[in-house]
Design a protein around this ligand. Structure first.
Ligand SMILES: [Zn+2]
Length: 439
């Protein structure tokens, strides 16, 4: 008994000597765009504690002036010759997908493990391009995308903070049904769990995504460019099915994003209360009015359109005649519609559809929002930071360098307000105070 007591006392004595040690980071920023949309400040100090922004102070402060205990650690990051800004947010990626010419064969051939390993690589490529947060907008297979999200959160693999939709919700034979033209036995074997027809089935598949811990719901309101379907680019779900999906998700506090190209489908989804329209290619004046009324976001994914250009121009590319016709329509329109939406006051969040484009090339979208979308470089950066955070519903944690938010910080050696294209070559990436790239 005496021995037991002395052991207990020894443990207590040991525990009382364990002191909590904080990790401090101090960034010296030559130029700092702390809050996109507000002015740039020169020679600033960004102080982080345990991965979150503690404060932003003018001038290069004396590290000794940080009020910390002796056991705390402090790391100094000298970015005096850099332009420093918040980490980027991509509102539309597919981390387990890469639409190379043989992707339809991969859907049959690849296992969940293959998708997870490939997705882990794409996640790393995305983070190293300066994108510290992404929304995954639908996986064709089951568990891998959740494993990637959770693996990143647990620190087992490297990647951006990832919010996932799980399976894309689509009608039978619709854009999210990958089994077009497959023989029946193969279609039965690989059909996505997100397929639904009618109000009751659609409620059920939404609840199944939420049960599997989906962060948001993705539905395909209209046909799509690359699906092997000649049904054009218009509405696919009926109005009552759209409303059933959106209401079911909202009832459980989950946002809904709708893939939509044709105006009829865009407007039906907006009227049904959707939170974001993905692509939005053929939006019209009524759409713009509905966007403004509802406050819904537009995720343009111009990069996906731009990536189609060489494939459309190459008569020997893998595009089938159906895909080619739809790609040509979308490409022409892609150079105009964001300008119309932007001028009409629509909320726009940067989105790429990475997976259709190469993962890690996400910053191309900044350039396209300027060149095709008519935005200023500052507006484009805002679309990829503050608007992205608002779009996800995480403006209190992400999107700017302000006290209390996550220490997600990127830097380049040139000024992106003078040449937006410099964002394609990021020199410094920090996520939650951890440095992943420092060239
Ligand atoms: Zn997509």
């Amino acid at each position: 008994m005496k021995t037991f007591l002395s052991v207990c006392l020894a443990v207590l004595a040991f525990q009382s000597t364990i002191v909590y040690a904080a990790q401090w980071d101090l960034i010296f920023a030559g130029q700092l765009l702390a809050i996109p949309g507000e002015p740039v400040a020169n020679e600033q100090s960004v102080i982080l504690k345990d991965g979150r922004v503690h404060s932003v102070e003018p001038g290069y402060i004396d590290p000794q002036s940080i009020d910390r205990s002796a056991s705390d650690t402090l790391e100094i990051h000298d970015l005096k010759d850099h332009f420093v800004m918040p980490g980027f947010i991509d509102g539309h990626v597919h981390l387990t997908v890469y639409m190379a010419s043989n992707e339809s064969m991969n859907w049959v051939r690849m296992s969940e493990a293959d998708f997870a390993i490939r997705g882990a690589k794409y996640a790393k490529d995305t983070l190293l391009a300066g994108f510290t947060t992404v929304r995954d907008m639908g996986a064709f297979s089951g568990d891998s995308i959740y494993a990637i999200r959770d693996g990143i959160n647990n620190g087992d693999i490297i990647g951006p903070r990832t919010y996932v939709a799980g399976h894309t919700i689509s009608i039978n034979g619709g854009h999210g049904d990958i089994t077009h033209s497959y023989k029946q036995s193969v279609a039965d074997a690989i059909r996505s769990a997100g397929i639904c027809d009618g109000v009751s089935e659609c409620r059920k598949v939404v609840r199944e995504q939420i049960r599997r811990t989906a962060d948001h719901i993705k539905l395909t309101a209209t046909a799509g460019v690359l699906s092997e379907s000649a049904a054009g680019l218009e509405q696919q779900f009926f109005d009552d099915e759209l409303k059933a999906i959106i209401d079911t998700a909202h009832l459980m506090g989950v946002k809904v994003a709708a893939h939509a190209h044709g105006a009829q489908g865009i407007n039906a989804a907006l009227r049904a209360g959707v939170d974001t329209i993905e692509h939005g290619t053929f939006l019209n004046q009524e759409s713009i009015q509905l966007f403004v009324e509802t406050g819904a976001y537009l995720s343009p994914t111009l990069s996906a359109g731009a990536s189609m250009e060489p494939l459309v121009n190459d008569p020997n590319s893998f595009l089938t005649p159906i895909q080619r016709e739809k790609s040509e329509m979308a490409l022409t329109r892609g150079k105009q519609y964001v300008r119309e939406a932007h001028n009409g006051g629509v909320n726009i969040a940067l989105s790429t559809d990475a997976g259709v484009i190469e993962h890690g090339k996400n910053a191309l979208e900044f350039e396209l929002l300027v060149n095709w979308g008519g935005m200023t470089p500052m507006e484009a950066i805002k679309a990829g930071t503050i608007n992205g955070a608002d779009n996800i519903g995480k403006l209190d944690e992400l999107g700017s360098i302000e006290a209390g938010k996550w220490g997600d910080i990127v830097a380049v050696k040139a000024n992106p307000l003078e040449d937006i294209a410099v964002l394609k070559n990021i020199d410094f990436v920090m996520k939650e105070g951890e440095v992943y790239l420092n060239r």
